[in-house]
Each structure stands twice: as C-alpha cells, then as structure tokens.
Design a protein around this ligand. Structure first.
Ligand code: ARG
Length: 466
C-alpha cells in the first residue's frame, strides 16, 4: 500500500483499524453527504443538546461545552453562507460537521461524540427534521382548509349537479362540495398530528445499539430538544423507521386526496363541464394550439401523487428484511422521505394559493343540474309522502323520466296533467319539489346539502381549525 493510501484511511474518523483506504468508487457509493447535508441544522441542534448534557453530567467541562457551542454556531453560519465545502470522503453530514468542529476547536471537538453514535445521531436528526416538516405541512393544510371554508360560505346557495358514476345524480350545493374536501383534509390533519407523537421520541443515548457506559442524562437531552420522552429501548431506537413510514403513508393519503380534487378541477375546467374558471396565473398554454388554457397545476399534482405512493412502498421494502439493529440500508430512508416532503409541501402550497381564486360559474352548473333529471329522487320522495310505497314511487318516476328522455324535457318542464297520467296523487304542489332550490333545501339535516346546513357546517369548520 502506498503512503498516500495509508494516510487517507487514517483520515477517516473510523480509520483506526483499517489497513487499506476505501475504494474510490465505494467511497462515493456509500456516502450520503450529497443528500443528507439537508439535515445540517437539525444535526447541529442535536449536537448542541448532547454537548450541554455532557456538560451537565460532568463528562465535559464548562470551557469545552462553550467551545463546542460557539464552534457549532460558526459552522452553522458558514453552511448558511454556503462557505462550508462538503466532503464526500467524510461520508455524511454528521462526520463532515464533526470534522469541521475539530478543525476549529481541536480536542473539545473530538470529545463531542462521547456517549453517542451516528446511529442514534442520524435517527435523532431525521426525527427533529421531520417534526419541523410536519408542522410546516400542517400549516399549509390549514391554509387550504381555510380557503375551502371561505368558498363554502360564499357559495352556500350555488347549485351544481352531484354525481354518482360520473352521471348527474342529485343537485347539491357548491359549498357542500367544498366542505366534503374540507373533511378529507381534516382527517389528514389529525393523522399528521397523531403521527407526530411517534416522531417526537428521542433516540439519543441508544448510542450504536446497546446504550452507553457513560452516566448520561437522557431526560435532560430530551427536554432540551423538545422530545416527549427518550426511546425506551436502545435497539428499537436506532433501528426504528416506523415514524417515517407512517408519515409517508399519511402523506400518500393527502396526495391521493389532492389528486382527487385535481381530477374534479380538471373536469370542471373542461369545455364539456365548464363549471369553474381558474385564474390564468395557475394555468399554461399550448405551443401549438393558441386557444388552449390548460389546468397544469391540478394535472401536475395528480401526477405527483404517484411518486409519494412509490416512496411509501420503497420505505416499507427498505425495512422489511432488516434484522435489529442499525443497518446501512437505513441510509436509504432519506431521499424518499425528503422527496415526499417536497412533493407534498409544493402540492399543498399550490392548492392553498389557487383555491381562493377559483371562480364558480353558477349558470353553467345550474344548466348541467337541470339536464340529468337530478330531481327524480325528489319526485319519488314526494309520492312516498302522498302514500305510495317507495318501490312503486321509483317505478312511477322511472316512467316519467322515460317520457322526459323521449321528449327532451326535464321533469319540471312537464305539464301537471302529463305527470298525473303516471300517478293521480300528483297535485300542483309537485313543482316546488322539482325545482333545484327545493331539492337542495329539502335535505336540511346534519350532513345534508341544504344551504342552511352548509352555513352551519362552515361555522363548525371554523371552530375545528381554530
Ligand atoms: N449516513 C448514515 C445514515 O444515513 C449515518 C449512520 C451511519 N452509521 C454507521 N454505523 N455507518 O444512516
């Protein structure tokens, strides 16, 4: 072995027992610095707390703690200014920062790793980072929910067709539709808060896997870092990535919801539906067809949902074969997790920015609701109130609809005598139930589409997101 090779093996923080330097390609292949540098702020946050704990328990003296803390401050600033050069030979964010610290402050820097391993360090970093991301995502979710409540308030009386099988089913109110989306997001929000509880547990102190021989104070470190409690089992602490899977699963559900909203927005902006207008600044044109205005944002969000579903599967697969405790496999948790957060945050942000500017087209929606015999159920319910069994009423209305199809008219456009030919119980008051307004107003119970209920629900929704 050449002198140079020996030096470069010795350069590694773990180089002591090695007699040969790392293969150049293997060094690159095993390094995570190109992506885990993103954790630097949380790595430093964890190190500050660890150093203070070592000071409190007397494992470091006051001067050493001071040196470490100010050294970490300087490193953080130089990273923020883009001055620190990350080195692949130092493998990951943890060793890059530690090496810089030792360059700056000498011996004290070398003592920081006392009672700690990169295994509990990296698990701590990801948890601290993800906790912040969950808070940021929750904020965006709330922003979108607020936009939906505002739309629901404004459009509580606006009528559009509700669909089943994408066929016009019954008239509903636009506000009611917006509040359906609100409910989906509310479950998403609650899922994230629940997941946050399991993120907020501290691995530090587990060291490599078995704990440490030093008299550490884990409760103190946990308190400094705002963790709810230190992990109860060191093996589990370093190997657990359930929280990442849980988070990605919650993220996949949110993306699935956003994808469904997107699908509806795409349909609604099409010439065939033409229910809403999206502001130009959320759309783009075609380079060949001058007339086009494409709903790019919803389409892209719908498309992006796929990558998050993929990340969920990647993480599950990453973990399924791993024996306890830490394995290098775990380094693969970061990119899927990072991309999940970026995709989700971007999609939520685009939606939260866009939704307040969606302009419904009430006349178009109304016309569509008139077209599909959307008040047929109302006529059946009317006949039931007149004494017919529901199945017979269903049959009667079916015949009336057949006449409507044949003559190209809605039920509300038929003459009284025509309707009476199907059932002599029908009287002039039938027209009140055949109107769209009558139809929605009649569904006036908890969870129903009546404007009055929608207004009530928006008040409750506001209370929920307080
Ligand atoms: N870069 C590693 C990761 O992301 C840090 C932990 C490495 N630990 C080890 N014993 N090799 O998981």
């Amino acid at each position: 072995m050449s002198q140079q090779q020996q030096d470069s093996a010795k350069d590694k923080p773990w180089g002591g027992r090695f007699s040969e330097s790392t293969d150049a390609f293997v060094e690159e292949f095993t390094a995570s610095i190109l992506f885990d540098q993103r954790l630097y702020r949380h790595d430093i946050q964890g190190s500050r707390a660890h150093a203070r704990m070592l000071g409190k328990t007397g494992l470091l003296d006051t001067t050493e703690v001071e040196q470490i803390l100010s050294g970490l401050d300087e490193i953080e600033q130089s990273i923020e200014k883009g001055e620190l050069k990350w080195q692949i030979s130092l493998e990951d964010v943890h060793m890059n920062i530690e090496a810089r610290l030792t360059d700056r402050i000498g011996i004290a820097g070398k003592k920081l790793h006392t009672g700690r391993s990169r295994n509990d360090q990296v698990a701590t970093d990801i948890r601290l980072w993800l906790r912040d991301q969950v808070d940021g995502i929750s904020h965006e979710l709330r922003r979108l929910q607020r936009a939906l409540i505002e739309l629901a308030e404004r459009e509580a009386n606006t009528i559009l067709p509700g669909f089943t099988h994408l066929q016009v089913a019954q008239p509903i109110t636009f506000g009611h539709h917006m509040l359906a989306w609100f409910e989906m997001l509310q479950r998403d929000f609650e899922r994230l808060q629940d997941c946050r509880k399991r993120i907020n547990v501290m691995p530090l102190g587990a060291a490599a896997l078995a704990g440490t021989t030093y008299p550490i104070d884990r409760l103190y470190t946990a308190e400094l870092l705002g963790f709810d409690y230190p992990a109860r089992n060191s093996l589990d602490a370093v190997s657990d990535r359930d929280f990442a899977i849980e988070f990605t699963s919650a993220a996949a559900l949110i993306m699935m919801h956003l994808s469904r909203f997107s699908e509806e927005l795409v349909l609604w902006t099409s010439a065939q539906f033409d229910f809403i207008r999206l502001p130009d600044r959320f759309c783009t044109g075609s380079s060949i067809m001058p007339q086009k205005k494409n709903p790019d944002v919803p389409e892209l969000v719908r498309g992006k949902s796929g990558r998050v579903f993929g990340h969920l599967f990647a993480l599950l697969t990453l973990m399924k074969g791993q024996p306890l405790a830490y394995n290098k496999d775990n380094q693969e948790d970061k990119e899927p997790l990072f991309d999940t957060v970026d995709t989700l945050l971007g999609s939520l942000r685009a939606f939260a920015d866009m939704m307040p500017h969606v302009q419904p087209k009430p006349e178009k929606m109304r016309k569509a609701a008139m077209q599909g015999f959307s008040t047929a159920t109302d006529l059946a319910d009317y006949l039931v109130r007149k004494g017919l069994p529901f199945r017979d009423a269903h049959e009667v209305v079916g015949k009336a609809v057949a006449l409507g199809v044949e003559t190209g008219r809605d039920l509300s456009e038929m003459r009284l005598e025509e309707l009476q030919a199907f059932s002599n119980t029908i009287t002039a008051d039938v027209f009140a139930v055949l109107t769209l307004e009558g139809s929605v107003a009649a569904r006036n119970h908890l969870g129903g589409t009546a404007p009055e209920q929608v207004k009530r629900q928006t008040v409750i929704a506001r209370e929920i997101i307080q």
